[in-house]
Design a protein around this ligand. Sequence first.
Ligand code: ADP
Ligand code: ADP
Length: 220
Amino acid sequence: TNLIELQHVWKRYDTGGEIVEALKDVDFRADPGEFVAVMGPSGSGKSTMLNVLGLLDTPSEGRVLLEGSDVTDLSDQEMTVQRKQFIGFIFQSFHLIPTLTALENVEVPTLFGNDPAARDRAETLLERVGLGDRLDHRPDQLSGGQKQRVAIARSLINNPRILLADEPTGNLDRKTGRSVLDLFDEIRLEDDVAVIAVTHDPQLAEFADRTVNIIDGRIQ
Ligand code: ADP
Ligand code: ADP
């Protein structure tokens, strides 16, 4: 079975009279350990697809399967449980909390879980992404590449099976971007995690196992 699968997914937005079809009959799967790039022009449906894969949004039609289980019709609460268990998110703009240290930022997803081992795990993850000597630095004391490494460590704190990344190299120069890609590569091989990245970055697309192109809501 596939780790995650979209079957005939349509997404329609009603914008007060006009219906926008953001996804049109999208079929997509990713396997453990795979690195998939999703490319396409602005407005083609990439963010919508990422939101559906991330269980942040539900399709208007079609099914979403996680490890073969249909999760399309789960309640919001059940969806949140699945999201926390399966999925980590990474963003172009890092989304770190400026007043917290690197270590505290990595712990954020565990804060409501009452998990005494969370701090140790956060530290181990920061060491793993090469920031063992930056635990107490705040985001404004870190470079762009270091901030993205903190965000990647944070995305791994709940041991997800899938990493969803929105332009993860978009704010990084080529060399720093490359080192972030190498880190994704390490993670997917060691943890058997699927990495799915929306991108305009040719370097990322070249690095990925495969590229999916989406134009006007349709996978080409
Ligand atoms: P991309 O990420 O490729 O730029 P999006 O998924 O953001 O594309 O958008 C796809 C289409 O859906 C666009 O026409 C966009 O305007 C529309 N869209 C996205 N989100 C909404 C929304 N919440 N309400 C209405 N229309 C939306
Ligand atoms: P950009 O890549 O331009 O910086 P963002 O990273 O702000 O854009 O947001 C990308 C997408 O991620 C949006 O469609 C938004 O709905 C979603 N998103 C934003 N914040 C979160 C969050 N905390 N958890 C999960 N998804 C989020």
